[in-house]
Design a protein around this ligand. Structure first.
Ligand code: TEU
Ligand code: CA
Length: 504
């Protein structure tokens, strides 16, 4: 079995993980100083959000130069050291590649290499992923396409130089020891070259185009050319499981983020359907499933699960943060046990292991272009991107100096690593336990009979997992290996999960 098939992968948002030089901005020195923390947590790999020089318009997803590190974060030499030091601790490194676009400050755009982008005399009717028109006019009156912000011009993937450059960038990082790449917005890069208006009933001019598969097949050849093969992880926002699975093939992507599971509400029937749908889509293509509870684009899980509507959608973000954090935390703890017991790989977004809630960043401090482009209607994604609390009783919580690049709230003194480290019952302690326990789980999943509102399953090996999403405590047979919360009179309480060993 290859490492990625059952790995636990920790997502690092470099700007907010740890600050090594005290300027309030996360950096590689900060990560290097905390590699032991990550190894002790029990993860197998680290995925870094973009760490390259960028125009800073979209959290680094506006890359100027893939062959260097943003000077705010450090140097290329430091990144190489980081990758090697992480490897010594058994941690693989995954870097982020953003094929849909580059920064408007990338040399190709600065040098006006128009053939590498999409320039037209007039805009079409497409809508930007962040709202509004995806077209911006330049001095001579022509317009260029950008599915995200104006600082992120879309690349023309019909041009051979675009393909060549990305394959070279893959080699650049694989040669430096990266174990894989995360492919950003992986269903968007190819456009119908006619750039027709988006019309009902017509093939989509820019989502999930067939030509993408040929591109990723050549990336796979690059990945497979290494002695220890490198992996390709796709960010595929595609609601249709069959379309999703078309990317996961022996000659294409290895895995993709399970955004269906991420968006799923805290509901036994819906979760079971999502899990079954996931396993059914992955089985025929023999690709490992992944289980994702959150990332840098979505509302933090304890906040989401404490709301009346526990599903995630970019629309629902706009209704505000009203939430019951105690309830949300209890469910997030149970969800950690669930995600870690399922067959496949699991992703942990930094701060998830601390049970951080979404922070309502004051409007004048928000940096996310999603907020700005919505005219301030959408709170944007900064609430899950603020600097991690490491220690102390108030901002900056051991993260460099105040002001940190995004503000942190008061009242997080019990959520710091320092406060949770070694504390029985803390979220950090639970994550360490659950990441250790999950190593016992192997093989296929078999559902067990259970009351309504209860999920119960076993694997070919390892204990069983029971999650109580009903409205009353439930009985179970066997010995509890690990529980997400205290039992009540020997029963598994509501919104609690347990790994249970028995003779079933
Ligand atoms: O996100 C891709 C993406 O389309 C969504 O996650 C996006 O946030 C949403 O659709 C907005 O409506 C990736 C990155 O994860 C995200 O941080 C970047 O902003 C985006 O690509 C552009 O590179
Ligand atoms: Ca710093």
């Amino acid at each position: 079995m290859s490492w990625y098939e059952n790995a636990a992968i920790y997502q690092i948002y470099p700007r907010s993980f740890a600050d090594g030089n005290g300027d309030g901005i996360g950096d590689l020195a900060g990560v290097r100083a905390h590699l032991k923390y990550l190894a002790d947590l029990g993860v197998d790999a680290l995925w870094f959000n973009p760490w390259y020089p960028s125009s800073g318009a979209d959290g680094g997803y506006d890359v100027i130069d893939y062959r260097d590190i943003d000077p705010e974060y450090g140097t290329l030499a430091e990144a190489e050291k980081l990758i090697a030091e992480a490897a010594e601790l058994g941690l693989r490194t995954i870097v982020d590649i953003v094929p849909n676009h580059v920064s408007h400050l990338h040399p190709w755009f600065v040098d006006d290499r128009r053939e590498l982008f999409w320039f037209r005399d007039r805009p079409n009717n497409w809508v930007s992923e962040f709202g509004g028109s995806p077209w911006t006019q330049v001095e001579d009156g022509s317009w260029y396409l950008h599915l995200f912000t104006a600082e992120q011009p879309d690349l023309n993937w019909t041009h051979p130089a675009v393909r060549q450059e990305h394959e070279d960038v893959l080699r650049f990082w694989f040669d430096r020891g990266a174990a894989g790449v995360r492919i950003d917005s992986a269903v968007l890069p190819v456009k119908d070259p006619a750039l027709p208006d988006l019309l009902d009933g017509e093939p989509h001019p820019f989502v999930d185009r067939d030509e993408l598969h040929d591109i990723y097949r050549s990336w796979r050849q690059v990945a497979d050319s290494y002695d220890e093969p490198r992996i390709l992880v796709g960010e595929l926002w595609l609601p249709d499981a069959a379309r999703f699975a078309r990317y996961l093939r022996p000659d294409e992507l290895h895995t993709a983020f399970n955004l269906d599971f991420l968006a799923c509400p805290w509901d036994a029937t819906r979760l079971r359907e999502s899990i079954d749908r996931t396993l059914a889509a992955h089985a025929p293509v023999d690709a490992p499933a992944t289980w994702v509870l959150s990332n840098h684009d979505v509302t933090r899980v304890v906040t989401r699960y404490g709301r009346k509507d526990t599903s995630f959608s970019f629309e629902a973000k706009k209704v505000g943060l009203a939430t019951d954090l105690e309830l949300g935390t209890r469910r997030a703890r149970a969800a950690a046990l669930l995600a870690c017991a399922l067959p496949g790989a699991v992703y942990v977004y930094q701060g998830e292991e601390l049970g951080l809630p979404e922070y309502e960043v004051p409007a004048d401090a928000i940096r996310d272009p999603m907020h700005v482009r919505s005219g301030g209607v959408d709170p944007g994604r900064d609430g899950c991107r603020i600097p991690l609390p490491w220690s102390g009783g108030g901002p900056p919580y051991g993260f460099g100096a105040t002001p940190t690049w995004l503000p942190q709230p008061a009242g997080w003194e019990n959520l710091t690593v320092e406060a949770q480290d070694g504390t029985p019952g803390s979220m950090l302690t639970l994550y360490r336990e659950v990441l250790r326990a999950r190593r016992e789980f192997r093989g296929g999943l078999r559902w067990l009979d259970a009351d309504g509102g209860v999920l119960a399953f076993t694997r070919d090996s390892g204990p069983g997992c029971v999650v109580n999403l009903s409205d009353a405590p439930v009985a179970f047979d066997g010995e509890v290996v690990l529980a997400s919360g205290p039992l009540e009179d020997g029963l598994l309480p509501v919104d609690t999960a347990a790994y249970i060993r028995n003779d079933l």
